[in-house]
Design a protein around this ligand. Structure first.
Ligand SMILES: NC(=O)c1ccc[n+]([C@@H]2O[C@H](COP(=O)([O-])OP(=O)(O)OC[C@H]3O[C@@H](n4cnc5c(N)ncnc54)[C@H](O)[C@@H]3O)[C@@H](O)[C@H]2O)c1
Ligand SMILES: [Zn+2]
Length: 361
């Protein structure tokens, strides 16, 4: 089959395209090759195993051209910096919601299956359980509560514009595709591994650690470091997304594709890792034993304390389950980052200052 990947030249897009090609499919990307993500757009383009159409997902003509003759579209194109979304909200809403609307509209009218990349950010503070209040979601009820894995039917309570944009993107996709075309909404946790832009200070925490470690500087950990995240390897995510793309394409081929129910699925490792632990794993993987993480008192706007996915729905779909361990992912990412042009750590200091100013601190 032929699969269109919007944002296909990005981190998850390139890995997913590789997984699809390995399974015998043709792939095509629609991407703006945004300069914040791609320092070297030509290399990103060359790393995509198929044609890359330069265009914006908000432009119906570009989307129609990219999706022509495709049985499935994996919609990844988005603005992805949680903290940045708090002060560039118009751009985030326009790309993430407006772009999804155009893609979903085209999928529905052309009978193409849609796999939409949402995010765990839709859960905001996530779920907690305590002896007094039972299970609550979207906030911590009291100091007795411990974090729990988020389930797909939990209350959606985003705390960032990025999270809000993903809630709205899910809504417009469901509104456009329901009773017309198969739709699977995926909510990934923190994706890590080879191919992640090491120079984009507004995205992954691991990229931030890597830049400082490469310069033999201790990584900055924001806050106490006891915050937890669910890190999932990009190869595992790519395998699951390729499987989902096949599934929506098969559903298009059934007698009544309009009757296929929308599926919403968490994607993570199901394991909780503290940021302090991640910094320690990264220090060892980088061969910088002896360095101690530096704690910086800054709460990044839109940040949350704990995140972890409940994977029961994913397991129920029959999709391949994540298997790669955290230290392998971190090693792969650091290996990849060191093969890229070195990043000046002051770029990160500038981003940190920007965030501290926003914080009033
Ligand atoms: N990386 C993660 O940890 C993570 C976690 C949860 C959800 N997601 C979601 O997965 C998707 C892919 O994320 P990623 O980590 O690969 O990000 P990325 O930034 O590496 O890739 C996004 C791609 O989209 C392109 N793009 C941006 N705006 C565009 C537009 N208007 N039109 C066309 N292309 C555009 C960029 O050039 C880039 O190639 C996003 O929707 C993101 O929100 C990512
Ligand atoms: Zn409580």
């Amino acid at each position: 089959m032929r699969v269109c990947l919007t944002g296909g030249a990005g981190f998850i897009g390139r890995a997913t395209a590789a997984a699809l090609v390995q399974r015998g499919h043709d792939v095509l990307a629609l991407d703006t090759l945004s300069p914040q993500v791609h320092v070297d757009p030509e290399t990103s383009k060359a790393q995509f195993p198929g044609p890359v159409l330069l265009g914006d997902v908000r432009d119906p003509d570009s989307v129609a051209e990219a999706m022509a003759r495709c049985q499935a579209v994996v919609h990844l194109a988005a603005e992805t910096g949680v903290a940045q979304s708090m002060y560039e909200s118009d751009r985030y809403l326009s790309v993430n919601v407006g772009g999804t609307e155009v893609v979903a509209e085209h999928a529905a009218s052309s009978g193409c299956g849609l796999v939409l990349l949402s995010s765990r950010a839709v859960y905001g503070q996530g779920a907690y359980r305590c002896v007094k209040h039972g299970r609550v979601s979207g906030r911590r009820c009291c100091s007795l509560a411990d974090p729990e894995a988020s389930r797909e039917d939990d209350r959606l309570a985003p705390v960032s514009v990025y999270g809000e944009s993903k809630v709205k993107a899910e809504e417009v996709a469901v509104a456009r595709c329901a009773n017309k075309s198969p739709l699977i909404v995926i909510r990934p946790q923190n994706v890590v591994g080879a191919g992640q832009a090491p120079h984009n200070p507004y995205t992954g925490v691991l990229a931030a650690f890597a830049v400082r470690l490469a310069a033999a500087l201790p990584p900055y950990v924001y806050g106490s470091g006891s915050q937890t995240r669910d890190f999932v390897d990009v190869a595992d995510v790519a395998g699951a997304l390729a499987w989902m793309a096949e599934r929506v394409a098969n559903d298009v081929d059934t007698d009544r594709p309009e009757s296929v129910p929308t599926l919403v699925v968490n994607l993570g490792s199901g394991r909780r890792t503290s940021l302090r632990e991640l910094a320690e794993v990264a220090i060892v993987a980088a061969g910088r034993e002896g360095l101690e993480p530096i704690h910086v008192e800054v709460t990044r706007p839109g940040d949350i304390d704990h995140a972890c996915a409940d994977l029961a729905t994913l397991a129920g779909t029959g999709a391949p389950m994540p298997t790669v361990g955290l230290s392998d992912s971190v090693r792969e990412f650091l290996g990849y980052a060191s093969s890229q042009s070195p990043v000046d750590p002051s770029r990160w200091d500038a981003a940190l200052k920007e965030l501290q100013q926003l914080d009033g601190g």
